[in-house]
Each structure stands twice: as C-alpha cells, then as structure tokens.
Write a protein that binds this ligand. Structure first.
Ligand SMILES: NC(=O)c1ccc[n+]([C@@H]2O[C@H](COP(=O)([O-])OP(=O)(O)OC[C@H]3O[C@@H](n4cnc5c(N)ncnc54)[C@H](O)[C@@H]3O)[C@@H](O)[C@H]2O)c1
Length: 254
C-alpha cells in the first residue's frame, strides 16, 4: 500500500519542516521528488537526505511568488503526478495592527504562491493523465485564532482554491484536497516564537502545545503520513476534502 513508484512529485517549501518530511516520505515510497524552496541550502539538504536513503530527488531553488520563474521550472519537468503546496510564512496581528506591506506579503507567498504552483503544474498533470494535489491550509481557516488576521486570510484562500481546483479538474482525473494542521513543531514555530515572544519562547511553546487538547504539538512526520495517504492511489475516492490534523483543536476545544 501507498507505493509511489514511477510517480513524480513536486513539493513546495520542501526545504524545511512539514515540506521536508513530505519530500522524504514520498521519496521513500518510490516517488521522484522535486524539492522546491527559496533556500538553496535547505533544498539541497533535503535532496541529500533523499539520496542517502536510496531515493531520487532534485532541488528547484525558486521563490513561489515569481510566476515566470516557477512556470519555466515546472515546464522542465516531463510528468507531474503529485503536487504538494507547502511553502508558507506566518504573521501575527489583527485587522487594525496588520500593516499593508505585511498583508501583501502574506497574500503573495501563501495565496499567490499556491496559485502560481497550481497554474504551472495543472497543465503538466493534465498531460500526465491526472494526479493528486494536496494544499497545506491550517486550523486558522476554520476557527478564529487571535492575531492571525493576514495568516487566516491566506489559509482561508488556500481552502477555497482547493475546492475550486477539485471541481474544475475532476474530469482530468486530478484530485485536490487540503490539510489543516494544528500547531506542528517545525522551524516555522521556533522562528515565530523567537520573533514574536523573545525571552518567553519556552513559556509560549508550552502554552501553544497545550492549546491542542491532545496536549502537544504535531510532528512533521504525522502530517507527511496524511499527505502520503491523500497522494496515493489508496485515496482515489477522495477529492475536494479538507482534513483536520490538529490533536483535536477544532472539534474538542470548547
Ligand atoms: N508549523 C505549523 O504549526 C503549521 C500549522 C498549520 C499550517 N502550517 C503550514 O504548513 C506549511 C509549512 O510550514 P512549516 O511549519 O513546515 O514551515 P517552515 O518554515 O519550517 O518551512 C517552510 C519552507 O517554505 C519555504 N518558503 C517560504 N517562502 C517561500 C517562497 N516564497 N518560495 C519558496 N519557498 C518558500 C521556506 O524556505 C521553508 O523551507 C506552511 O504553509 C504553514 O503555513 C504550519
């Protein structure tokens, strides 16, 4: 089950955290994985791990906000069976404290970046004969979380784009789903704590961990396994769905 031999996968944000683990897991299952990331060093590190474990990987160093460059890079890939849109950034602020440039930055990376990736990959997936897309959304698209105005906007858009793509390309044998993780311990969270709660990182880490009824943050591998399932032929009846993977955050916090 869940084997991906003869399949090619493209994973944005593959240099760190959830995306990195997704790349490693998909490669372990037999997929050839294109690791797309802004950071050359991180992308190469992921490819090195894949190769060390006997898999096949290649890095694409690119900013997902750059449509022209992304199109050119994806067009050099012959077939795309799997696309995972994971690249994303965070922001803290409410509607009044969020500055215009921060709102635009979140939109550009988390919304336009996903659009660019879909725009570039779908025609190749159509030629490939179909495929599976997984977009990484967040619990903030489902419940109100304090001070996540711009971030929530971006993840709500990811959810909506998922439904649109699932509907429009069902005839092309393309499935599209999203995952809404709760807090997952990655460099994303560590960077966020360092930037927004300097000196109080440990205290805030503990607080954020406990907001999951299960009592801890998720692990990137736990998200990667869900992505693997949704990308595999075993999930062939699933499209247009969003999966909470959040230690009970959305359904059990009262
Ligand atoms: N960690 C969490 O708690 C959590 C929870 C819910 C959703 N998410 C989402 O999961 C995704 C991955 O998060 P993570 O925690 O693994 O983050 P991370 O910061 O560890 O990794 C994100 C990767 O994306 C890359 N990236 C950022 N901007 C880019 C750009 N413009 N072009 C190309 N690459 C770019 C970074 O270089 C980095 O390697 C994000 O979309 C995030 O919003 C994370």
């Amino acid at each position: 089950m869940f084997l991906l031999h003869q399949k090619t996968a493209v994973v944005t944000g593959g240099g760190s955290g959830i995306g990195k683990e997704v790349c490693i897991v998909l490669a372990k299952q037999g997929a050839k994985v294109y690791v797309v990331d802004l950071s050359e060093q991180s992308a190469n590190e992921t490819v090195d791990i894949i190769k060390k474990e006997g898999g096949e990987g290649k890095s694409i160093v690119i900013d997902v906000t750059n449509q022209k460059a992304l199109m050119a890079a994806y067009n050099s890939i012959e077939a795309i069976h799997i696309l995972v849109n994971c690249a994303g950034i965070s922001h803290i602020g409410n509607a009044t404290s969020t500055e215009e440039q921060d709102f635009e930055k979140l939109f550009n990376v988390n919304v336009k970046g996903v659009y660019n990736s879909l725009h570039a990959a779908i025609p190749i997936m159509q030629k490939t004969g179909g495929g599976a897309i997984v977009n990484i959304s967040s619990i903030v698209a489902k419940v109100g979380v304090s001070d996540r105005f711009a971030y929530g906007m971006s993840k709500g858009a990811v959810h909506a784009m998922t439904l649109s793509v699932a509907k429009d390309y069902i005839k092309d044998n393309i499935r599209c789903n999203s995952i809404s993780p709760g807090r997952v311990h990655t460099p994303f969270v560590d960077g966020f704590l360092k930037k927004n709660y300097p000196g109080k990182e440990a205290e805030m880490f503990d607080k954020l961990s406990k907001t999951q009824p299960i009592g801890r943050m998720g692990k990137p591998i736990e998200i990667a396994h869900q992505v693997l399932y949704l990308c595999s032929d075993e999930a062939s009846f699933i499209t247009g769905s969003d999966y909470a993977i959040d230690g009970g955050y959305v359904t059990l916090n009262s």
